[in-house]
Design a protein around this ligand. Sequence first.
Ligand SMILES: CC(C)(COP(=O)(O)OP(=O)(O)OC[C@H]1O[C@@H](n2cnc3c(N)ncnc32)[C@H](O)[C@@H]1OP(=O)(O)O)[C@@H](O)C(=O)NCCC(=O)NCCS
Length: 152
Amino acid sequence: MTITFRAVDKPSAELLSNILDIEQEAFGDAALNEYVIVPLMRYGKVYIAVDEDDVPVACAYFMRSMADISVAYLMSVAVLPMFRGQNVGTALLNYALANLKRYGITRVMLTVDPANFNALSVYREKLGFTVVDSVKDEYGPGEDRLVMSKDL
Ligand SMILES: CC(C)(COP(=O)(O)OP(=O)(O)OC[C@H]1O[C@@H](n2cnc3c(N)ncnc32)[C@H](O)[C@@H]1OP(=O)(O)O)[C@@H](O)C(=O)NCCC(=O)NCCS
């Protein structure tokens, strides 16, 4: 199966519906919704991986820092369950990081659940992010996060 990657800046109803499905599959109640995803498409940066029929199988969302315009924050990345473990997430993020450089981004930050071993493997082992901080209760009681960074 050939997977290709691209940035999305104009949401079509069909594309948005597909992306919302990926989010639901990955995060359930904690999924990003259209009121976050559409602004990220228009004012942040959204990347998708699509199959041979141009159907999205993975997506990644970035916002730019207001404090330092050379910094972008990876808000979320998700791959449809049947495509996981096949390098799609890593390849999508590699594509995204290379593309972000064209916008003057020199550092990407993210946070990750310390127990999310698959995501940690992608960020640390495969993409070379390093842990720069550990924040307790970042998203509420018991929602600790590792803060990771990568210079592009
Ligand atoms: C985290 C996630 C984006 C990674 O995408 P992916 O396409 O599975 O990533 P890759 O295939 O490039 O790497 C996955 C790594 O996870 C592990 N893995 C192996 N099989 C796996 C599977 N079936 N599913 C998930 N991870 C698997 C491996 O460590 C693999 O590394 P390896 O290839 O060196 O063995 C994806 O698992 C996902 O969507 N998870 C749910 C949402 C999530 O947690 N997002 C990140 C937090 S915001």
